[in-house]
Design a protein around this ligand. Structure first.
Ligand code: SF4
Length: 327
């Protein structure tokens, strides 16, 4: 294994955690992660990590249709994912989508978040604000190394009316469980799909049963949990598969304790779709996606989305559910 380490991040205490975890890894000092990341390198990219600092571009505003919050932002502390979902948008965004880079200069990233909150509050003192953690990765699976939770959860507790959401397909909640009290401003969002879909398309991610176990453990200890039914996929027999799945989840998890729900399916830009066709030509569901759309986004046909919309409306509490299926 190779650890590529930016010169400027060598003394960061979080770097030491990686070095301790991988004492035999070859260490290569680099000037800037961009010299390595998403480049062709003569080494298996699944077997290397990049430790870096991100200067600027920490935060991106979400598109207006993204959620129901007054102000929504993504922020980055890493790029790349341990899991390998066939439909993953990282494939469209990068050449080497499995390469992993960790930005460890958390204090600088937090300064940017603080400045953003202050500027929103000057214009809208009481509006709801949400920050989505790392839109380019699933950060919970490696939190034992990155220390994101330990640093960012207390950080967000300082701000009234601000939520941080961390989305995951992992069931590894060990670092969350180490908190004495559940935080007010942090929400763990679990992406859920039927077990057969997880096995077929969400490679290396946790099984549905393990995710449900993690959800119930967090709910029992007072954590805010968000269930994300996303992306819904119209595989053969999807109508009965998703009905059985929802019945199972509804009997396994107490929906009255779940903080919020969201529902969505696949949505690609034309450019991303073309890349996906090249990279995962065997992902047969791609060929069910509609090509002629007025807004430039490609999605599954309307009857499929309408079916999903009605089904999830039937099962999920309306007041806590956001459904984004463009029906
Ligand atoms: S868990 Fe998310 S980021 Fe990771 S491969 Fe799957 S879709 Fe991509």
């Amino acid at each position: 294994m190779i650890l590529y380490i930016e010169q400027d991040i060598l003394e960061n205490p979080r770097t030491q955690i990686f070095l301790d975890k991988y004492p035999r890894a070859e260490r290569v000092i680099i000037r800037n992660y961009k010299n390595i990341f998403d480049k062709k390198i003569p080494y298996p990219i699944d077997d290397c990590m990049i430790l870096a600092a991100l200067h600027g571009n920490h935060i991106t505003e979400c598109p207006p249709w993204y959620d129901l919050y007054d102000h929504s932002f993504f922020f980055k502390t890493s790029i790349g994912c341990l899991f390998d979902c066939d439909y993953c948008y990282l494939k469209g965004a990068f050449e080497n989508h499995t390469m992993k880079v960790f930005f460890l200069n958390y204090e600088e990233i937090q300064d940017s978040i603080r400045t953003t909150i202050q500027s929103v509050r000057e214009k809208d003192p009481h509006g709801s604000i949400i920050f989505y953690a790392s839109d380019y990765s699933d950060i919970q699976w490696f939190d034992i190394l990155s220390g994101f939770n330990e640093s960012f959860i207390p950080f967000f507790e300082q701000f009234e009316g601000v939520i941080c959401e961390s989305r995951t397909k992992s069931a590894n909640i060990s670092t969350l469980r180490s908190f004495k009290d559940a935080p007010n401003n942090f929400e763990v969002a679990f992406s859920l799909n039927p077990e057969a879909i997880i096995a077929q398309f969400e490679h290396k991610s946790a099984s549905l049963s393990l995710r449900i176990e993690a959800i119930n453990t967090l709910l029992d200890t007072g954590w805010k949990v968000w269930l994300r039914f996303l992306p819904l996929l119209p595989v053969p027999g999807y109508e009965s598969m998703y009905r059985d799945f929802l019945e199972h989840v509804a009997t396994s998890v107490d929906f009255s304790r779940v903080h919020s729900f969201s529902v969505g399916s696949l949505l690609y830009t034309k450019a991303d779709y073309r890349v996906m066709q090249k990279k995962v030509p065997g992902f047969s569901l791609l060929y069910q996606i509609e090509q002629d759309t007025e807004d430039g986004f490609l999605r599954f046909p309307l009857p499929v989305r309408t079916y999903f919309y009605k089904l999830f409306r039937e099962f999920l509490p309306k007041e806590k559910t956001s459904i984004c299926l463009d029906v």
